[in-house]
Structure formats: C-alpha cells, structure tokens
Write a protein that binds this ligand. Structure first.
Ligand code: ATP
Ligand code: HSE
Length: 307
C-alpha cells in the first residue's frame, strides 16, 4: 500500500441547536476552513495559519487540529508521524459557528487519509464526538446537511433532517468572542417539567417546519427554554437584532451554537433585507457585525489527495 503524503481537507462551519434542539441538532453552512497535511520524513510538527483571525490560533502542539491528529494515532496505538499542517481560516473563532468542530474533524479526517483510511467514517465521527463532547457541530461538519444525533448506551444514531430548499440561514457575526465553555457555564443543570415539555413540542415542530418551510410552524418552532433565555444576557443587542430580523420577514432568529453569532432563518425574497437590518441593529448598539447570507452545505468534509 502506498501511503498518501499530502492531503487537503475542507470542512464547513456549522450552526448547532437551531433553537429547541440543544446539543442534538446541527446544520452545515457554506463557509469553510481548509487544512493541508504534509507528511515529513523527519523533524517536528510545524503549523502555520492564514486567513481571518489567524493570529489568534496556537501554532504549537496545543493546536486543536494537531490534538485531533494525535488523538487519531493514539486511538490506533501508534506514534503520529512528523507532519506539516497548514490551516486556512474563514470560520471565525469562538462565535458559535463550529470553528472547533472544523479543527477536530479536519485533524481526524486528515490523519485517517494520511494513514491509508484504517478507520471508517462512523469511527472517525465517534472520535470527533468524544473530542468535542457533544455531537451537534462535528456530525454535520463531517457529513454535511442538517443532522440529528441521538445516543443509545453504545452507539450514535444519526438521522438526516430534511431541509426545505427555500430556507436560507442569515448569520450576523459580532466582533466579540464567546467561548462555548463560558456559554455553557450559565446554563442550569436541572430544568422544570414545563420547560422540558415546551422544548419537546417545539423540537417536533422544528423538524416539520424545516421540512415544509411552513411559516407558522417555523415562527413558533425556533423558540427554546433550555439555553437561549440564559445565554441572551451574554449577547448585548440580542433583542434589537431579533426585532430587526423579524421586522424584515425572517421566520425567526436563534443563537447560533453557543453564540454570540445570531442566525435568522429566512428565504430568498427576504434574506438581503434581513441581513442588512440585523447588521444595522447591532451597529446602533455600538457593535460591529459581519452579516452573511449562507446556504446549507450538503457535502460535509471533503478532501483532495496529492500523491
Ligand atoms: N482552525 C482552527 N485551528 C485550531 N484551533 C481552532 C481552530 N478553530 C477553532 N479552534 C479552537 O477552538 C476554539 C473555539 O472553540 P469554541 O468551542 O469556544 O467555539 P466555536 O467552536 O467557534 O463555537 P460553537 O461551538 O459555539 O459553534 C478556539 O479558541 C481554538 O482554540
Ligand atoms: N450545543 C452546543 C453547541 C456549541 O458547541 C452548545 O450550545 O453549547
């Protein structure tokens, strides 16, 4: 078997939760990070980063892409080979768009390809979920589309959720970070039965709303009682941006992942006006935000092998 010496892996950003689907649903978006792995004959790992916010990413062995690369070889009980990793960043860091999931999936997929693919896609997925701690970013980052993940005692069941082709996500990405760790610390460890029932009902409605683009269902479905009411306080301007999105015809707005990016679900007719209004509302609050009208990525992680 001739070993691959160089591979480039492209991984999409993801939005997790979609309102009521806390820690179990996520969708891949058309915004990407790129990871190039070159096997070296000898020497140490070298890591370089280019693109948006490149200067914020560690280039030593604590780099998350390298950590994933090492985790893969540890899983096989092998020593990782010396490698050059080149990272091209377009997914902003710690903004709720799954940057850490791109790094984990990129590192694992790259390592698997360099090693001649000893692991199946579902084995790679399980390693990725274990590293991230929850499935809702890494699963769509790996597989693409909108995905629901549920675990039994032993396995993960992954289900593709139909996404109506009229639905467009608009993201407003503010210029401040919110780490997932910090955004999880504000959540209660126990919730009331009423809140659990509220989320169960709204999650069911969300699945049917995503499938049909039924506007009444979607408007109601994006509400949640498990995380957003607690996290709103960490996102100045949340109410103003929400009102702006709704006033321009969005079905609704949610916190993307752990935030602080806010994501409106809309359609082609309204997406431009919704994006402009969300950016303007944040500007009035003194916060600069980049707004982007995206689509659902259906491919997930993809790779190009250079022999
Ligand atoms: N391309 C990358 N290369 C290396 N490390 C990265 C990369 N992207 C993200 N990370 C690491 O992941 C951290 C951000 O992870 P965090 O979970 O806080 O936010 P997120 O994944 O962007 O948001 P969310 O999980 O809410 O979608 C960064 O601080 C960095 O350590
Ligand atoms: N489900 C996770 C996604 C962010 O990693 C959360 O909301 O904390």
């Amino acid at each position: 078997m001739s070993l691959v010496s160089c591979v480039t892996v492209t991984v999409p950003a993801t939005t997790a939760n979609l309102g009521p689907g806390f820690d179990c649903i996520g969708a891949a978006l058309t915004l990407y990070n790129e990871f190039k792995f070159t096997r070296l004959d000898k020497g140490e790992v070298t890591i370089s980063v280019t693109g948006a916010e490149a200067e914020k990413v560690q280039t030593d062995e604590s780099n998350l892409v390298y950590q994933a690369f090492v985790t893969f070889y540890q899983h096989l009980q092998q020593t990782p080979p010396p490698v050059k990793i080149e990272i091209g960043m377009d997914v902003p860091l710690a903004r709720g768009l799954g940057s850490s999931a791109t790094a984990i999936v990129g590192g694992l997929v790259g390592a698997n390809l360099l090693a001649g693919e000893p692991l199946s896609q579902s084995q790679v997925m399980e390693l990725a979920i274990a590293m991230e701690g929850h499935p809702d970013n890494v699963v769509p980052a790996l597989l693409g589309g909108c995905r629901l993940a549920a675990t039994t005692d032993t396995v993960w069941e992954i289900c593709e959720i139909p996404w109506h082709n009229h639905l467009l996500p608009v993201v407003a990405i503010p210029d401040f970070e919110l780490s997932t760790k910090q955004a999880r610390q504000v959540l209660p460890t126990q919730v009331s039965r009423a809140d659990a029932i509220f989320n169960t009902a709204h999650f069911g409605l969300l699945l049917r709303g995503l499938e049909t683009a039924n506007s009444n269902w979607l408007k109601a479905a994006l509400q949640d009682k498990l995380h957003q009411p607690y996290r709103k306080a960490l996102i100045p301007g949340y109410d103003a941006v929400n009102s702006a999105a709704l006033s321009k015809g969005a079905y609704g707005m949610v916190i993307s992942g752990a935030g602080p990016t806010l994501l409106a679900l809309t359609d082609e007719l309204h997406s431009q006006a919704v994006a402009t209004a969300m950016g303007a509302a944040w500007k009035l609050e003194g916060i600069t935000a980049i707004v982007r009208s995206l689509c659902l990525d259906t491919q997930g992680a993809s790779s190009t092998i250079q022999a």
